[in-house]
Design a protein around this ligand. Sequence first.
Ligand SMILES: Cc1cc2nc3c(=O)[nH]c(=O)nc-3n(C[C@H](O)[C@H](O)[C@H](O)COP(=O)(O)O)c2cc1C
Length: 209
Amino acid sequence: MSLLDKLNWRYATKKFDETKKVSQEQLNSLLHAVQLSPSSAGLQAYRIIVVSDPEIKARLREASYGQQQLTTSSHVLVFAAETGLDGEYVKNYIDRIAQVRGVDRSTLELFENNIKNSVNSRTEEDKINWNKKQAYIALGVLISAAADLGIDATGMEGFDAAKYDEILGLKEKGLTTAVIAPIGFRAEDDHFSKAAKVRRPLDELIIQM
Ligand SMILES: Cc1cc2nc3c(=O)[nH]c(=O)nc-3n(C[C@H](O)[C@H](O)[C@H](O)COP(=O)(O)O)c2cc1C
């Protein structure tokens, strides 16, 4: 199948087959794909919590207006934005670049200062929103990677983020929930799998200049 075929095959799964689990190997491939997501300045100021515990998934379902994807899925991926993005975080990132690329750290100072200025020019709320935007890019990569691997995934923002933060203990970890994606394999009786894609026509979506 071509990439376009795979993107047509995928859909926002409403009900997963509870008997089918994503293997550890498949999960690792998905998480590696997410790790490779691009992000502004490369900061990746978010984390992904992987939930497979049925009890936690049941609590998350309650905090998601009862949506059954939460409990029928194999795993729930919670994309959570860092709430404490600061100069120290940027410093650690620059240290990593120097180490991974084997370059003299002093050559990265201009880059470091530019990022620190960008971070410091934002309010705390702006920083969190910025980080959430990057988490959404990771969600997009996840959804595409899942389609490539024949795994179903549903991007979801129909949940109470404050309740998620509480259930998962995210505040203490310096995180807050941005968006989630249950993953697994579609249930045979999920009729949405046969529904035609509804999209804006290309000539309405694209503006050529
Ligand atoms: C950020 C985001 C949030 C979404 N939230 C929900 C949700 O809470 N519940 C749900 O059933 N679908 C949710 N969806 C799925 C969309 O409704 C779906 O992607 C859209 O209608 C297009 O359909 P398709 O993905 O099946 O092609 C969400 C999708 C995205 C990308």
